[in-house]
Design a protein around this ligand. Structure first.
Ligand SMILES: NC(=O)c1ccc[n+]([C@@H]2O[C@H](COP(=O)([O-])OP(=O)(O)OC[C@H]3O[C@@H](n4cnc5c(N)ncnc54)[C@H](OP(=O)(O)O)[C@@H]3O)[C@@H](O)[C@H]2O)c1
Length: 330
């Protein structure tokens, strides 16, 4: 079996470290692993397949001989270095928002639009974490009943804001919040209806990403409105999702379809306290769905609760799955 030279850009971050772990766990056929981060991290070591690998400072010529480059170091780094990696012959799978809405660049969740991977010209974008877990659930329901409109509210972990988000919560819980702040307000014992920057129309960029990326991944316009909220959870995003359908459907039909959907696990027995929760989704690659019930305020509507590990399926695992599809071929 052919093995590949793989670079991870942002290897010391929450997503990058998880990418290294996921490559190992899923036995991705890695020949050489090249770990790249900022100058601050040069020389640090990260274990891969039982051996320490040294982190190097990111520079354009580090991509010589690299076949897959998984980027998770923010949009500015991707804009500058992804084209350099492509020029060296690598396929880039990018976790930042840099290329997601570029028409020429596929935006992929393998369970939803796997075929798009093969129309890449060097860069494939990984969607936003809250969008990935949502579309894995929306797609099979759209195929069955036709989505008319979606209203989603999110409860997003501090880990969605990277290591600094997690550090702020830990610091507030243990030391009273003396260190550098990632969020504009305390996050411990709080909820902030604020993720990323705000636009003039009142929406946050995170909300905008969910609305725009969903249609691009689903391959057709999907009417969706979102409110995104940061909560003091240490890993795992939750979403309250209200869907109105074209065709009639029952809660049992939805449960049945989702229980057969790729990458989805239904946890739905609320009277026995069984429903998805971030602590159950931690370190898992699937998307968990529960609290499935009819919304009787419209002709055909459903409410459900969707949870996934944002650093895994919402970022690292989705990226590695894309690379696996490329290795396997169509
Ligand atoms: N966290 C999530 O749930 C999630 C989900 C989807 C997508 N993403 C995206 O993934 C990316 C990384 O997120 P994260 O949560 O892993 O953030 P993080 O924990 O803050 O890690 C950032 C990583 O980027 C590196 N980096 C920063 N500036 C750099 C530079 N100028 N040159 C080279 N490397 C640089 C850092 O290296 P040093 O350690 O050396 O500073 C670190 O490895 C972001 O684009 C984010 O939007 C995150």
């Amino acid at each position: 079996m052919k093995h590949y030279n793989v670079a991870v850009v942002g290897a010391t971050g929450l997503v990058g470290r998880t990418m290294v772990k996921v490559l190992e766990e899923r036995q991705f056929p890695v020949d050489e692993l090249v770990l790249l981060a900022s100058e601050r991290s040069a020389g640090k070591e990260i274990m891969f397949n039982g051996k320490p690998v040294k982190v190097q400072k990111l520079e354009g010529d580090r991509f010589k001989g690299v076949e897959f480059a998984l980027f998770s170091a923010g949009a500015n780094v991707s804009l500058e270095y992804a084209p350099k990696a492509v020029a060296h012959g690598a396929v880039v799978i990018d976790n930042s928002s840099a290329f997601r809405m570029d028409e020429k660049i596929p935006l992929v969740v393998p369970e939803v639009n796997r075929k798009e991977i093969f129309r890449n010209t060097g860069i494939i974008a990984n969607p936003n974490c809250s969008t990935i877990q949502l579309v894995v659930v929306l797609k099979p329901l759209h195929d069955a009943f036709g989505i008319k409109r979606v209203v989603v509210s999110t409860y997003q972990s501090v880990t969605g804001a990277g290591q600094k988000g997690l550090d702020q919560l830990m610091d507030e819980l243990s030391n009273g919040g003396l260190r550098e702040k990632k969020f504009p307000h305390p996050i411990a014992y709080n909820a902030l209806p604020h993720i990323d920057v705000f636009f003039d129309d009142g929406y946050s960029k995170e909300e905008w990403k969910m609305m725009k990326e969903t249609s691009k991944i689903m391959g057709e316009p999907i009417k969706l409105t979102a409110t995104t909220v940061r909560v003091p959870v240490m890993g795992g995003h939750s979403e309250s999702v209200n869907i109105e359908f074209e065709k009639p459907c029952s809660a049992d039909e939805v449960r049945n379809i989702l229980s057969k959907a790729s990458g989805v696990i239904v946890q739905d027995d609320p009277k026995k306290n069984v429903y998805p929760m971030p602590i159950l989704a931690k370190d898992r690659d699937e998307v968990f769905v529960g609290r499935i019930r009819k919304d009787d305020t419209v002709k055909s509507g459903i409410n459900l609760w969707v949870v996934a590990d944002n650093v895994r399926k919402g970022a690292a695992t989705n990226a590695v799955q894309i690379a696996e599809v490329l290795v396997k071929g169509d």
